[in-house]
Design a protein around this ligand. Structure first.
Ligand SMILES: C[S@@+](CC[C@H](N)C(=O)[O-])C[C@H]1O[C@@H](n2cnc3c(N)ncnc32)[C@H](O)[C@@H]1O
Length: 413
């Protein structure tokens, strides 16, 4: 047993006001759960969610919230240490920065645990005890983020939110951000907005800055940074040049986008062919999947996307070969297709999204989920619509955070 060591200040600074008692108890962390905490059991049998603990560790837990059925706490010291534990290299974590919750774990272990979280959700929520869930790839653990959404402090400087409060932690460096964005951090001053988004293209070096409100002003930037909703970068993914407006969604970086395309392509299998068209790229953003998977094979595509900025980009990126429909998927009138790629926001497809996808009678649906619980809920809804879970691959597109990305194949039975 290793000597007890103190866990970083980050977790112990956040005192929950619903604390009834301030008790320390030795707990063994069994596994990690969605959101990033570890799950263990108190001596009285209740589940406790522990911030800062890793699977297999024995930790001293200080309870911060103590309910009838479960409790929440923080690991204030590690009594038995996981071999996957490392010292978080970023000093800003000790200052409370909430950007990276898992820097204290080895990257390989992070992907393994994310895979466990997805398998656990499918087991508990979708009642699939032996679902095929495997670990796929991960992006480089450092400097991978080419888009950053930052919080604005009252003096106009920018930073990241603290782990469990709205406090803005000033950052002059960020170990997961692209160096070109890091260089901007001390320069930017924002008025009239709570958040600002910075983005850089790895392919061209173009940069954008944007705040989601008309009255915002963003100052202090070099003239080379394009400012405002209409500002664009061009990025290269799987050999395809994509225009991405500052107001459009893009993955954590081109490496993440490329990895996702690789695994989505694999999940689409033989359905990716012009004779099987069209591909429905649902929640299609700037047309990432239609442009990289359908267009090169001359397969026609339909992109359904609710954001005006993303639709404008998708039209440029896809040209004549695709139909870009600006609509919420739930409001789109379904057309018959054989293959769907659907990449919804964290809430997942939900009943309305599944109803629309089911009405296309697609033979294969490839679902990209960024939340394990919503994947499991969608799996249940898709099963009711006649689609069988055919295997999930978990990717790590956000190393050092608990954020999961899961590519799942569903087949019409
Ligand atoms: C996770 S992003 C994926 C975008 C794209 N597939 C990509 O990988 O770059 C989800 C996208 O869905 C769009 N969106 C959100 N809600 C939607 C809805 N109800 N119907 C259609 N699109 C929606 C967002 O604007 C965003 O572009």
């Amino acid at each position: 047993m290793a000597a007890a060591s103190n866990v970083n200040e980050n977790v112990s600074e956040n005192v929950n006001e619903s604390v009834k008692k301030n008790v320390n108890e030795l707990v063994r962390a069994e596994k990690l759960v969605a959101g990033g905490d570890a799950l263990g059991r108190l001596a009285d049998g209740r589940v406790v969610f522990i911030a800062g603990a890793l699977p297999g560790e024995s930790v001293m837990v200080e309870l911060r919230s103590d309910k009838r059925d479960f409790a929440k706490g923080v690991a204030v010291s590690i009594v038995e240490r996981s071999p996957s534990r490392v010292d978080a290299p970023c000093p800003r974590i000790a200052q409370g920065c909430g950007g990276c919750g898992w820097q204290h774990a080895l990257p390989d272990a992070q992907l393994r645990w994310k895979t466990d979280v997805a398998a656990d959700a499918l087991r508990r929520i979708a009642k699939l005890p032996s679902a095929d869930v495997r670990a796929g790839g991960a992006v480089d653990p450092w400097r991978y983020r080419t888009s950053l959404r930052l919080a604005v402090a009252s003096d106009g400087t920018i930073g990241l939110r603290a782990a469990t409060s709205h406090r803005v932690v000033a950052i002059d460096n960020c170990l997961v951000a692209h160096p070109a964005l890091v260089a901007l951090l001390p320069m930017v001053r924002v008025k009239g907005a709570d958040e600002v988004s910075l983005r850089v293209s790895v392919a061209t070096g173009e940069m954008t800055a944007w705040a989601d409100t008309a009255r915002a002003s963003i100052d202090g930037l070099p003239a080379s940074v394009n400012v405002g909703a209409g500002a664009v970068i061009h990025e290269l993914v799987a050999g395809v040049r994509l225009r991405v407006s500052a107001a459009s969604f893009f993955q954590s970086g081109p490496q993440a986008a490329e990895l996702l395309v690789t695994y989505v392509r694999e999940a689409c299998g033989d359905f990716l062919s012009d004779s099987h068209g069209p591909l429905l790229d649902a929640y299609g953003g700037v047309g990432l999947f239609a442009a990289t998977l359908a267009a090169p094979t001359a397969m026609p595509a339909i992109v359904v996307e609710s954001s005006a900025a993303s639709c404008a980009d998708a039209k440029v990126n896809l040209g004549e070969g695709a139909q870009v429909v600006r609509s919420r998927l739930e409001d789109w009138h379904p057309e018959p297709v054989r293959l769907v790629v659907a990449d919804p926001a964290r809430t997942g497809l939900g009943a309305d999204g599944v109803a629309v996808l089911g009405a296309t009678r697609a033979e294969r649906i490839v679902l990209v989920s960024c939340d394990a619980a919503s994947l499991a809920r969608d799996t249940v809804l898709l099963a009711t619509a006649g689609y069988r879970h055919g295997g999930s691959t978990v990717l790590d597109l956000f190393p050092h955070t608990p954020h999961v990305e899961v590519v799942t194949r569903f087949d019409l039975v």
